[in-house]
Design a protein around this ligand. Sequence first.
Ligand SMILES: Cc1cc2nc3c(=O)[nH]c(=O)nc-3n(C[C@H](O)[C@H](O)[C@H](O)COP(=O)(O)O)c2cc1C
Length: 259
Amino acid sequence: MDFEILINKHRSIRKYKDKKIPDDLLNKILNLSIRSSTAGNMQSYSIILIKDEQKRKDFYKQYHNQEMVIQAPLLIAFCSDFNRQREWSKINNADVHYDDLLAFLIGVVDASIVAQSFALGCENEGLGICYLGSALRNMERTAEFLKLPKNVLPVTLMVVGYPDEDAECKDRLPLEALVHNNSYKDYSAEEIANYYKEKDIKGWQRYKEMNMFKNLIEETAVENLAQLYSNVKYTKESHRKASESILRCLKKYNLFNFN
Ligand SMILES: Cc1cc2nc3c(=O)[nH]c(=O)nc-3n(C[C@H](O)[C@H](O)[C@H](O)COP(=O)(O)O)c2cc1C
């Protein structure tokens, strides 16, 4: 598909048909995705395919109450992985390290790039995708669920399947809000208000119409989208908890070793 058409057609899909993805199609998309750039061509990521229905149900129940996890025939995890490289180093009598924050972050970038290539590959074949925030927000539980060894941690999760909805096209900040020339140009309050104008109206309206948020908005008396994000959806407390969990994981999974 033409890239402009492909990218403009992107919508996160949250309703899926009861239809499996043929293995050869999945392999074709995976094979194309792994052509993505990676740091030093080390390919410091692993991809875990979760097709098993019971396993997806377990994930849904324990970690992520989003119906699409059961509906979509594939849940896929992209992980930062230095386990493999360490083993390769070992058998070649090379230094075995990559047990630090830099290694984890290299894997995060590699895994994110390959995930987005995979997402585009899926959409190019008429499949729909939706990322899930669980990999970072519930890192400890996700890592246990995936039975990850040391030096491997989840970066992002995605559901994939045949779309069963015409999802709406979501707003984006305008280009001038996102792109800086030569160096970072900080924003005035007026510029911010102007750039977020569409989001403030459309995004707020969308949340007010969502069953999940309607009551919450009334109960918490939040008055706008920024308040809904900061005070309700992504609270300081939830960020602190997730950050602590990530730090615990980094230590437990040998990616924060400064000895
Ligand atoms: C890292 C990441 C995590 C996300 N997590 C979730 C999620 O847990 N549940 C969900 O419904 N959508 C999730 N999304 C999808 C976003 O909500 C979506 O991309 C955004 O609203 C823009 O909509 P669009 O993709 O349809 O353009 C996630 C997206 C990203 C990139």
